[in-house]
Write a protein that binds this ligand. Structure first.
Ligand code: BES
Ligand code: MN
Ligand code: ZN
Length: 505
């Protein structure tokens, strides 16, 4: 991760300098100083480039004088629209423009401590790279940016604001790492092993293997994994932020009510299919390599739990991931099979490529039964159909709870990880009627994302629940301001925001 430092605004004597300018705004403070020191090189360049300060606009001036290697001016958009997200994106745009500079100073004069730290967050998120398997990369192809100094009016307060943001960035990095890993490396056992490493952050981590899952009768999940030599895992991660340190004193003071709240965590559940070949209902060869990221829902849950623990969030949270590999083989599940799920309900298998909902059904039932959570949010790269509905801009939101849905929608707008609510209803649910079992798991092509959600709804036992179909948002084929192409870690920021805004005491 980029090294982030904070210092008082002062013109650097060397290296790169980044200035942020809103529309209609002219150079002031450090920007004016730099312009004067370089004999007007910056204002001349901005005029020649017709720089307007638009969002995501960047103007790079190489060797402007005064010892500086470059000055990058980044647009902040309209003066009236200066959200935290806007500043993160400006920081991200700056990081992209700075790739070849080893270190740079970001001018954050006139900004609050949180705003200054947001620049750093955006830059760090954009600078992510997964290069573990590149052994022959030429130095000129490698990113050189290693250190950013944020020049803030109150560096001490900005550094304090950066602390929790850094924990969130680390959660995003972890999630992107997991999702980027190839499927021969990241099988269910390896993913579970990486989850256990999070005990270093103070999380309790419990791993259920094939023996425990068989004993518990996780028939739906085991049916998916039975064709693979890579055995399944379910990982349960617990963060007890209300019990730890400072919260303890409050609890003693407030007595019962706090106790009760502490007993009911918020819960996050992720689909973790480490490779989805489709099984016997095998997928076409073209693009099948993408199915290494069919564990992105689980990757998000792991990154989120790391973020909450990393910033010592004052919340009790559980994260559960169902980890399987979906493969065809002589022992694989067949279309026509009937399985008994952990809930006791039976399911007729129609298409072994609709495996994600099977994995989630057992984990959802287990979660509500074991933890009686305040709500459950599950994430899954569940259906290709959601990409047809919403493209790559919004995740599909399906929920039995209007309040939770509204909170998720607001957190989506604030974090930039947007959700769009989709309908549920009895007419869709009826499409799951089976001639042999309690239900079938596929309702046909029309409304494919909705019938998938209806299936999940049968396993939440009426508890407040939201399902995010992230098939369109978990992976990106092009760079965005704070998200380089590849694994996005979609959902970490969204759910971290949901918790911070509504569920911390
Ligand atoms: N993992 C896929 C969904 C998916 C597709 C994710 C494309 C990301 C990109 C899921 O397991 C799947 O195969 N769904 C099927 C369901 C169908 C068989 C009812 C689908 O969407 O085609
Ligand atoms: Mn599938
Ligand atoms: Zn899948």
């Amino acid at each position: 991760m980029l090294d982030i430092a904070f210092a008082k605004p002062a013109l650097p004597k060397s290296g790169a300098l980044v200035l942020f300018l809103a529309e209609e705004e002219s150079l002031s403070g450090l920007g004016r100083q730099a312009d004067e020191a370089t004999g007007g090189a910056i204002s001349r360049a901005l005029a020649a480039a017709e720089f307007k300060g638009k969002k995501h606009q960047a103007c790079t001036i190489l060797a402007p004088g005064a010892g500086l290697s470059r000055v990058v001016v980044v647009g902040r958009g309209r003066a009236g629209e200066q959200s935290q997200l806007n500043l993160e994106e400006a920081g991200g745009t700056a990081a992209a423009a700075l790739r070849e500079a080893p270190e740079a100073a970001l001018s954050a004069g006139g900004m609050s401590a949180a705003e200054a730290a947001s620049l750093a967050l955006g830059a760090v998120l954009r600078a992510y790279r997964f290069d573990r398997y590149r052994t022959r990369e030429k130095p000129e192809d490698q990113a050189k940016l290693a250190r950013l100094t944020v020049l803030a009016d109150d560096p001490t307060r900005a550094r304090a604001a950066w602390g929790p943001m850094k924990a969130v960035a680390e959660g995003v990095y972890l999630s992107r790492d997991l999702v980027s890993e190839p499927p021969n490396v990241l099988n269910p056992a390896e993913m579970a092993r990486r989850c256990t490493e999070l005990t270093r952050l103070g999380l309790d981590v419990e791993v259920l293997g094939p023996r425990e899952l068989t004993e518990l009768r996780f028939g739906a999940l085991l049916g998916v994994s039975q064709g693979s030599v890579n055995e399944p895992r379910v990982v349960i991660m617990r963060w007890n932020g209300l019990r730890s340190n400072s919260a303890g004193a409050n609890r003693r003071k407030e007595g019962r009510t706090e106790e009760r709240k502490q007993g009911r965590p918020v819960a996050f559940i992720g689909k973790g299919v480490t490779f989805d070949s489709g099984g016997i209902s095998i997928k076409p060869a073209a693009g099948m390599e993408d199915m290494k990221w069919d564990m992105a829902g689980a990757g998000t849950v792991v990154g989120l739990m790391a973020a909450l623990a990393g910033r010592r969030a004052k919340v009790d949270a559980v994260g559960l991931v169902g980890l399987v590999e979906n493969m065809p083989s002589g022992s694989a599940q067949r279309p026509g099979d009937v399985v008994t799920t952990y809930s006791g309900q039976t399911v007729e298998i129609i298409n072994t490529d609709a495996e994600g909902r099977m994995v989630l059904s057992d984990v959802l039932w287990y979660c509500q039964e074991k933890f009686n959570p305040r709500f459950m949010v599950n994430l899954a790269t569940l259906t290709g159909a959601i990409i047809i509905s919403l493209g790559h801009e919004y995740a599909g939101l399906f929920s039995n709870d209007d309040d939770l849905s509204a909170k998720l929608a607001a957190a989506g707008e604030a974090s930039g990880e947007k959700v769009w609510r989709m309908p549920l209803g009895d007419a869709y649910d009826r499409l799951l009627k089976s001639d042999i079992a309690d239900m079938k798991h596929v309702g046909g092509r029309p409304g494919g994302s909705i019938t998938a959600a209806q299936f999940l709804k049968r396993f939440v036992n009426g508890k407040p629940w939201a399902h995010l179909d992230i098939a369109g948002t978990a992976w990106s084929s092009k760079d965005a301001a704070c998200v380089p192409k590849g694994a996005t870690a979609y959902g970490v920021r969204l759910l971290e925001r949901l918790v911070a805004d509504h569920y911390e005491s």
